[in-house]
Design a protein around this ligand. Structure first.
Ligand SMILES: *Cc1c(COP(=O)(O)O)cnc(C)c1O
Length: 360
């Protein structure tokens, strides 16, 4: 059984675009790619096409996450990997994806762009937005067209995690028929690793990772899909010809080289600031609910989220209004900033929530 058994039928024989850089490597005289022989900036030459999957970057990411380079696709943020999975696994008008709202909005956007039907198994609001594993299993049993299952842990925007037992039940139910994609964009902040340790044992499991959050490289756009080498080889057939610009690779390698010295303290600070935010919010009059989070944000409920959002903005503090998401009326999401930023947010919020309501 292979993770390629249930890719789109019409893509089975796909021959990928063969770029000049892929066909032939380097030579003393490079005349195969219609590039200019002159660099605009000789100190930082950019006149040659980059390697589509730069080996040094693949090696650094593989080392970071404890996998082999053949298990890593690197692209323009994990958003690109989400899009490529939709395209590779869902035939428009026929196949479906399962999502667990309220959750990260890109799954729905990418599925809709591809013409994939969306099947929902909502998180359980009454249990801190825990995964409804029975609902997931029931949808899978009822709907053979489901080819992708997106699980977000910690979940954006609610912050909760999935248990290993629930993940294993879903993996058992999807073997041979669907790919389970665990989005671990916030995996750096959790108490217990979830899906990464299972990679290599389960071919139909894939993990999304990104350098946009804990690694501080959101503007560089570096995300990865980790999975079975067969899956990674397939996704590389679907990718844009050169998804990793050379300056982006350089920025990522520089940040990854510094990460061991910097990241542990930053993550520890984010976790303790998260606890401080959650405790202060829980004590604050006007905050009805604070959901437990293992990410670098905290989701909480107020009486009127759009009004509170506007008033915070007027006070110079921007948070995310997530109140339009299913079962999240009154919901706001605050990212963990520096200790000073978090304090500023808390004092602004307490002033906003104690002010009399503006006239309707
Ligand atoms: C931020 C985020 C991502 C995003 O990543 P990029 O790598 O910046 O595209 C993916 N998944 C979730 C759940 C996120 O919150």
């Amino acid at each position: 059984m292979s993770v390629l058994d249930f890719i789109r039928e019409d893509l089975r024989g796909l021959k990928p675009y063969s770029s000049a850089r892929l066909e032939a490597g380097q030579a003393a005289v490079m005349l195969n790619a219609n590039e200019s022989p002159y660099a605009a900036d000789a100190a930082q030459p950019l006149n040659r096409y980059p390697d589509p999957q730069p080996p040094k970057l693949l090696a650094a990411l593989a080392a970071l996450w404890g996998v082999s380079p053949a298990q890593v696709f690197v692209g323009r943020g994990s958003d690109e990997a989400i899009d490529l999975l939709m395209r590779g696994y869902c035939q428009a008008g026929r196949d479906a994806v399962l999502i667990t709202p309220p959750t990260f909005g890109m799954y729905r956007v990418a599925a809709t762009l591809q013409g994939a039907r969306i099947v929902e198994a909502p998180l359980v609001a009454a249990r801190d937005f825990a995964l409804d594993v029975e609902a997931v299993l029931a949808r899978l049993a009822a709907d053979p067209a489901i080819k992708l299952v997106f699980l977000c842990s910690p979940n954006n925007p609610t912050g909760g995690v999935i248990s290993r037992i629930d993940l294993e039940r879903i993996l058992a139910a999807t073997a041979g028929r669907a790919l389970v994609v665990v989005d671990e964009a916030y995996g750096d902040y959790v108490d217990q690793p979830l899906a990464l340790p299972l990679l290599g044992q389960v071919p139909h499991l894939a993990v999304l990772k990104t350098l946009s959050k804990a690694h501080g490289l959101a503007a560089a756009r570096v995300g990865a899909l980790l999975g079975d080498p067969a899956l990674i080889g397939f996704v590389r057939k679907l990718m844009a010809p050169y998804p990793v610009p050379a300056p982006v690779e350089a920025a990522a390698l520089a940040a990854l080289a510094e990460a061991p010295a910097l990241l542990p303290a930053r993550i520890a600070e984010a976790r303790s600031e998260r606890a401080r935010l959650a405790e202060a919010l829980a004590r604050m009059p006007g905050v009805a609910r604070v959901w437990p989070s293992q990410a670098n944000f905290v989701c909480f409920r107020v009486a009127d989220a759009p009004r509170t959002h506007r008033a915070l903005l007027a006070a110079g503090v921007l948070v995310r209004d997530v109140s339009a998401q299913p079962n999240l009326a009154g919901g706001l999401r605050v990212s963990v900033g520096t200790p000073a930023e978090n304090s500023r947010f808390l004092s602004a919020l307490s002033i906003v929530l104690s002010a009399p309501q503006e006239a309707a």
